[in-house]
Design a protein around this ligand. Structure first.
Ligand SMILES: Nc1ncnc2c1ncn2[C@@H]1O[C@H](COP(=O)(O)OP(=O)(O)OP(=O)(O)O)[C@@H](O)[C@H]1O
Ligand SMILES: [Mg+2]
Length: 273
């Protein structure tokens, strides 16, 4: 028997062109895939290939030039509180304190919670992210890694159904990064969520994701979608499993080919070997 699972989100033959001084540039081309509730999709591909652009369409910040991006069966017309975004650059408001940044989303109409609950949620995430001592500081007084943790806390606090994370751990040191990855797995074990995460780390993609979408050099097309069959809950021990190593080798091979193709593309036209 085949069970028909309806997708939570889907890309259906999606392309996007940007206008540039040299004419239109195709950044995403003919991308189709479905994301089901509970999926953890990691997107990996070379710098500048179109990953953030792809995610922006799901977040509702960009519209496809052709094709459709849908959420719960309807075309996406703009941002929504059920889709929480963690931006590649720190998504924090410089004019609000650390605590008020976390509380911000909880004051919006779509997510409003009573003041006491808001306080509890803020305390919880301040402590989880190691920011309790800086609750009343402003972002400019935080380090880069702390600002990034604040951006993560802000997105988690409103408990969106769908988390869209654009290189959320890229600016963190290796230990904090591992910590944040484990914390994310913990959040996902406790709350049913769907995730799209952009990363440059093959290990991070395999450790966290249920599916890895490898995209090509610009324009971003689907190179391959790989199922990560290692069951959840996952712990760091899985990184020693033979299947982890085999998958890493395979995904690295795919990704490296695209990184090289992107490098060639980025060379000035006059450059010759
Ligand atoms: N608003 C825009 N207008 C014009 N061009 C844009 C715009 N946003 C992105 N681009 C271009 O689209 C291409 C893809 O950008 P995008 O940010 O999606 O790449 P990316 O895969 O996320 O790269 P990275 O890994 O470096 O974050 C780049 O060449 C970029 O210059
Ligand atoms: Mg990007």
């Amino acid at each position: 028997m085949t069970s028909v699972k309806t997708a939570l989100a889907s890309f259906d033959r999606v392309s996007l062109d940007f206008d540039t001084p040299n004419g239109p540039m195709t950044v995403v081309e003919d991308v189709s895939y479905d994301i089901h509730g509970g999926d953890f999709v990691a997107v990996i591909g070379p710098s500048g290939c179109g990953k953030t652009t792809m995610m922006s369409m799901l977040a509702g910040f960009q519209k496809p030039t052709s094709g459709a991006v849908t959420f719960e069966g309807r075309p996406i017309t703009g941002p929504g509180s059920e889709r929480g975004v963690i931006f590649q650059e720190y998504g924090v408001y410089p004019w609000l304190t650390v605590r008020d940044n976390i509380a911000f989303g909880l004051g919006l109409k779509a997510n409003r919670v009573p003041a006491r609950e808001c306080d509890e949620i803020c305390e919880h995430y301040l402590s989880l992210m190691g920011l309790s001592d800086f609750a009343n500081s402003y972002p400019k007084h935080l380090s880069g890694g702390m600002r990034q943790r604040l951006a993560i806390a802000r997105a988690y606090a409103v408990k969106p159904k769908f988390l869209l994370m654009d290189e959320p751990f890229g600016a963190l040191d290796a230990q904090t990064r591992a910590n944040m990855q484990n914390m994310l797995l913990g959040v996902l074990a406790a709350e049913e969520k769907t995730v799209m995460l952009i990363t440059h780390s093959v290990e991070e993609a395999i450790y966290l994701a249920s599916r890895i979408v490898v995209v090509t050099a610009r324009p971003a097309r689907i190179r391959e979608i790989i199922d990560v069959k290692i069951p959840y809950p996952r712990s760091e021990a899985i990184q020693e499993y033979p299947e982890f190593g085999e998958l890493r080798k395979y995904v690295r091979g795919l990704v490296m080919r695209e990184y090289r193709a992107q490098q060639v593309q980025n060379r000035p036209a006059s450059f010759s070997e």
